[in-house]
Design a protein around this ligand. Sequence first.
Ligand code: KIV
Length: 283
Amino acid sequence: MKNTVLTLLKQKQSGEKISMLTAYDYSTAKLVDEAEINTILVGDSLGMVMLGYESTLPVTMEDMISHTASVSRGAKNAFVIADMPFMSYQTNVEQAMDNAGRLMKEGNANAVKLEGGASVCNQIKAISQAGIPVVAHLGLTPQSVNAFGGFKVQGKSEADAEKIIQDALDIEKAGACMVVLECVPAKLATLITKLLTIPTIGIGAGNGCDGQVLVYHDMLGMYEGVAPKFAKKFAQIGQQMKQAFEEYDKQVKSTQFPDESHIFKIDEDIISSLENKYNGDAK
Ligand code: KIV
């Protein structure tokens, strides 16, 4: 059954935790969907883990649309959320509406996500009033990494924590259907979760949230950048891939691969006739 804003809200109300993972392509989305993960986030983290940038800032609308469309083709039941990339919504409400619309029409997303609190409430209000579910993102918002001076835990002082609480209340009032809380103290995330009607999804925010999200490259050990403290490794797929690539290289060079089981045959008479005809030309 397809997950929707309503089924996700019901999960919060009944205390059933919501699972979310990133995916950026059809094949991975299909695997995540088959594992019955509730929601897939096509995060702009794709700029770092798929495209090799140092931050999420260079990601374009075209990148997001193309990756979201391929994820949507693989996600039968998971609710697909597409990140709005840096400077695709901050300028004004019209720009935000146009770009949110493109992610829905061209990317076939079920919702869009944008970063920020009070400063983007007008955008959240307009987009959600147009019938597009909006997921907010508070705490460590990676598109503001330069303003934060690095990837740091947010909301540790009373004033900072209060700002995040107020932002959470504001985005809910503006019409957000869900909020990601990234890198905030666990007890602050638990308090926000109790204050809000909409589901909270934590990443580095403890298990008091209504759900959890991880970047799949982090949880599978596929990304060699600095691993954040919260990114539990559920497998070491990166190492397994590297070993398989090394073994392939070895077998190609030693002619162990391909063997009899991987080849197609030709009638002996045909090949001998061709060999007789062309052998003199062999280099
Ligand atoms: O881009 C992303 O993957 C995200 C998650 C870290 C929540 O926003």
